[in-house]
Design a protein around this ligand. Structure first.
Ligand code: OAD
Length: 242
C-alpha cells in the first residue's frame, strides 16, 4: 500500500492548507514568498513568513489521520508514505507511536522538503548540504549559517525549483503498488499529482479521501468523500476485522 498526502491531512491539526477558502495562497502571493527570486530580492520578508509558519506548526499536534498512517507503516508490508507536506507531522506521529509498531520516520518520502531543515543560500564548504534546525522563533531574521555567516534558506522546494531526483525516484518506485490512496490533496501540483496515474497504469486499486471534488476524483476506483481524520480511522477499524 502506498499513500500520498497533501495539506488536507494536517488541516485538523490547525495547519492551513494552500488552496480553498482559508488557504495560504488566498492571502499570500507565492511569487513574493516561495520562489528563489523572492528570496534573492527580500530574504527578510521570506524568512518572516517561514518563521511565522514554523511557529504555527510547532504549536500543532498530529491528528488521527497521521496516527492511522503511522500505524499502517507497521501493519502493511512495504507500506510507503509520500507526502507533499513540509510540516513534519507524519514524522511526529511516527515518533510518538510505540517503537517498532509504527512507520519509521525515515520511510516518509518528502517530495517538497521540510520546513524544519535549512541549507546555505550560497554553497558553503563548511556546512552539511542541509541540516535540521528547530529554532522557533528565530532571534535574528534572516537567520545565518554559523560557519560562513551568510544567509541560510528553508529546506523546502519553491516554485520554479526542481524536486530532488532521488526523492522522485523513490516516489515513482512507491507508486508501483497494489493499493494507492491519495489523501487531502487538491491534485493540482505536479509531479506529485502524477503518482496516482503511475499507480493506476501499474494496475493499483486507487482511492481518494477528500471532502471536496478534485481532478483526481473521477479517475479513482473509489472516492471517499470526507475529512481524512474521520475516514482514515474508520477504514482502519474496518480493516481490523479482516
Ligand atoms: P491544497 O491546499 O492545494 O489542497 C488541500 C486539499 O485538502 C483540498 O483538496 C481540500 O479539499 C482538502 N482538505 C481540506 N481539509 C481536509 C481534511 N480535513 N481531510 C482531507 N482533505 C482535506 O494542498 P496540496 O494539495 O497539499 O507546494 O498542495 C500541493 C502543493 O501546493 C503544496 O505542497 C505546496 C502548494 O503550493 C509547495 O510548496 C511546493
Amino acid at each position: 500500500m502506498t499513500v500520498l498526502t497533501g495539506a488536507g491531512v494536517s488541516a485538523a491539526s490547525g495547519v492551513p492548507t494552500f488552496r480553498g477558502a482559508d488557504g495560504l495562497w488566498k492571502n499570500f502571493r507565492p511569487e513574493t514568498l516561495a520562489t528563489p527570486q523572492a528570496f534573492a530580492r527580500d530574504p527578510r520578508l521570506v524568512w518572516e513568513w517561514y518563521d511565522w509558519r514554523r511557529q504555527k506548526i510547532a504549536a500543532c499536534e498530529s491528528n488521527a489521520a497521521h496516527h492511522v498512517l503511522a500505524k499502517w507503516g507497521a501493519r502493511f508490508p512495504n507500506f510507503k508514505l509520500i507526502t507533499q507536506n513540509v510540516d513534519g507531522l507524519h514524522e511526529r506521529a511516527a515518533a510518538s507511536a510505540k517503537a517498532n509498531a509504527s512507520l519509521s520516520s525515515a520511510a516518509v518520502i518528502r517530495l517538497h522538503g521540510s520546513i524544519w531543515e535549512v541549507l546555505c543560500w550560497r554553497p558553503c564548504a563548511m556546512s552539511p548540504p542541509r541540516w535540521r534546525d528547530e529554532t522557533v522563533p528565530y532571534r535574528e531574521i534572516p537567520p545565518r549559517c554559523m560557519h560562513c555567516g551568510d544567509l541560510i534558506r528553508p529546506g523546502v522546494v519553491w516554485f520554479g525549483e526542481g524536486l530532488d531526483p532521488d526523492v522522485v525516484y523513490r516516489a515513482t518506485q512507491a507508486a508501483d503498488c497494489d493499493v494507492f490512496i491519495t489523501v487531502g490533496t487538491s491534485a493540482l501540483v505536479y509531479p506529485a499529482a502524477g503518482f496516482l496515474d503511475i499507480a493506476r497504469r501499474g494496475g493499483a486499486f486507487t482511492v481518494e479521501i477528500n471532502p471536496d471534488l478534485t481532478p483526481a476524483t473521477a479517475t479513482v476506483d473509489l472516492a471517499l468523500r470526507g475529512p481524512a481524520e474521520t475516514i482514515l480511522p474508520e477504514l482502519d477499524r474496518q480493516l481490523a476485522h479482516l
